[in-house]
Design a binder for this molecule. Structure first.
Ligand code: NDP
Length: 332
């Protein structure tokens, strides 16, 4: 039996925000499939996460060619779910994928050539059983391929109908400006930018967020909880089922030091005073930025999605709260 989605999933229209100056609206919280959707993952949990998120109004799911492990596995897992459970809802979903990191051996399976991007997207579409994705990203800038070639490939992908929109990820402000300009000249707008942004990594504040607003490009920060560090998960240790404890996880155990845990406990106290969990406050802190369309969370269980959706109950910060947070983070 395919899934019957909750009839109340769109009850809160304020949950959707316009992506830059485009016609597309995205949910303020989106779900990424970087971890917990590989071949070793529990597929019942993966199913609960995707269907549960959709039932809660989360229409946007973010993938990449290399998510797994092994690379490609997350797209296969998502494709199975789409096929079995969400076929009837394809037009209600915004599905993104990317290419830009290593995907296969040889000179054509990495970086930003036209050869790589077009072949990779074709593979992604096959793995997910889709005719098109909604957003296709170049995953990281390539210092060796002319930007005109990479952007030309993105524009052709849109013209061929293999992606409805295109985006950039991990591009600095000046590179974004150039890339968006090339795309504009080719008659295709850059829809969205996906940078890392969280309380512990604030590089986007210097120039990127302002540039995106000026250019009318949306912004969807990834790892908004610093891979789970900015949650209650590590306040008193490293739980065995956490990302930091897993060998395949990108958050390394050594990063969770006793000193950092002490800081996290202080942040947690600030969150409590706002009647929020630490993860809710960390997400609210990103959503307070005008340039931010949506936060791109990961989750290992549906209860985390519920917790994180609660961030929207309060996204304003008083000056006092801001300066306390700034002081705590400056010593991170
Ligand atoms: P987060 O910073 O949101 O970390 C997610 C992890 O935090 C979860 O897997 C879970 O870890 C923990 N967590 C989440 N919510 C809670 C909660 N309420 N309470 C306690 N723990 C919680 O994001 P990710 O690092 O997973 O990145 C999100 C998405 O961003 C990816 O899936 C991907 O789509 C995208 N991304 C893009 C990149 C790019 O280069 N463009 C790079 C990296 C990510 P646990 O397993 O310990 O429970």
């Amino acid at each position: 039996m395919s899934h019957e989605a909750s009839p109340t999933r769109y009850d809160n229209s304020a949950f959707y925000a316009r992506c830059g100056k485009s016609g597309l609206k995205l949910p303020r919280v989106s779900l990424g499939l970087w971890h917990n959707f590989g071949d070793g993952a529990d597929h019942a949990v993966a199913r609960e996460l995707v269907l549960g998120a959709f039932d809660r109004g989360i229409t946007h799911f973010d993938l990449a060619n290399n998510y797994g492990p092994p690379a490609g596995a997350a797209e296969r897992c998502f494709g199975e779910l789409l096929n079995k459970d969400l076929k009837a809802y394809r037009d209600e979903l915004v599905i993104s994928t990317k290419a830009g990191y290593w995907m296969w051996n040889g000179p054509y399976g990495d970086w930003g050539s036209r050869k790589y991007l077009i072949s990779s997207l074709d593979q992604s579409l096959k793995r997910m059983g889709l005719d098109y994705v909604d957003i296709f990203y170049h995953h990281r800038p390539d210092p060796e391929t002319p930007l005109e070639e990479t952007m030309g490939a993105l524009a052709d992908i849109v013209r061929q109908g293999k992606a409805l929109y295109v985006g950039l990820s991990n591009y600095r402000a000046a590179e974004t400006r150039k890339a968006a300009d090339i795309l504009n000249k080719l008659g295709v707008r850059c829809l969205i930018h996906q940078p890392r942004y969280n309380m512990l990594d604030r590089w986007v504040e210097e120039e990127l967020l302002g540039t995106l607003e000026e250019l009318g490009i949306g912004c969807i920060p990834f790892s908004p909880l610093a891979q789970g560090l900015l949650s209650a998960r590590y306040l008193d240790g490293i739980p065995e089922d956490s990302r930091a404890a897993k060998p395949e996880g990108f958050l390394k155990r050594e990063y969770v030091t006793v000193e950092r845990q002490a800081k996290l406990r202080e942040l947690n106290e600030l969150a409590k005073a706002r009647a929020q969990s630490l993860s809710q406050m960390a997400l609210a802190w990103i959503l307070r930025q005008r340039a931010v369309t949506s936060v791109l969370i990961g989750a290992s269980r549906i209860a985390q999605v519920d917790d994180n959706l609660g961030a929207l109950s309060r996204t304003d910060f008083s000056e006092g709260e801001q300066s306390k947070i700034d002081a705590l983070l400056s010593a991170w």
